[in-house]
Design a protein around this ligand. Sequence first.
Ligand code: UDP
Ligand code: MG
Length: 314
Amino acid sequence: MAKKISIIVPCYNEEETVRTFYNEVRKVVASLDYYFEIVYVNDGSRDQTVNEVLKLREEDKSVTLIDFSRNFGKESAILAGLEYSKEADAAVVMDVDLQDPPELLPKMIKYWEQGFDNISTRRKNRDGEPPIRSFFANAFYKIINAISHVEFVDGARDYRLLSKRAVNDLISLKETNRFSKGLFQWIGYDGVCIEFEHVDRSAGETKWNFMKLVNYAIEGITAFSNTPLRLATYTGIIIAFIAFLFLLYTFISTLLFGNNTAGWSSLICILLFLGGVQLIFLGIIGEYIGRIYNEVKQRPAYIVKSIINEQVEE
Ligand code: UDP
Ligand code: MG
């Protein structure tokens, strides 16, 4: 029997792209001797996405639908797809908008057959992206790489082929705040990164706006580094040291030159500065506590309304 490869496709309001994606992928894999199961994870779409997938299923029973009870986010959709695919020989995570070129699939599979477990992809350039978004994306990668032990590759996509054991390792990580870009790297294994040129969306619109990206960045940093917390300690030590020097200076100058009461404005500046610093670090601590709170609730990362997956294996 042919080896089975699951292609996991998170979809949120993607009625326009579901079918083109299917056609393109089928075209590319037609000549390959594997059993491909295309797993569409419908992440609470409000359009005709589900119907489009069901129409495909009528033609091809290797199309599977995992239908969420509401929108849980792409991370949850990826997790659901991986959990569903744990029996497959390999799994590929892919966007449905064809920004992850299907033409790379044969190459990824070849690497997997050579023994690689974790085959990633990366965009070489950020064409077609607003410059402001590129600027912050670059800043994000610089910061997170400086403060975390996991390597984050600039331009890395979630488009990835994972061997069966890599999939099983990923789903054994039980955190509900999932930042897949980091988790994929965290599990390790030998990997290859395939580079490609930026491709525009085939249809529809990106689901990201600026605030969502900022939150995504905070999610990534808090999930993979404690450095922001440590920064509070270091900042405290530095400010306390400066305060001590200033105290010595004030003490000595008062002894030598007497007390003069000037300094009201510097006092206010210092007070406001310290107030600001304290609030920032309170906020940072709050971010971590919020995440602890989310984890201890142990809510599932998603709820499945239905799975439609009756298989006819070759
Ligand atoms: N997506 C999802 N849930 C969401 C948002 C997005 O499953 O809440 C899917 C979306 O359908 C697409 C992929 O995640 O297949 C990437 O989304 P998008 O193309 O909007 O992101 P971009 O490529 O602009 O980073
Ligand atoms: Mg996209």
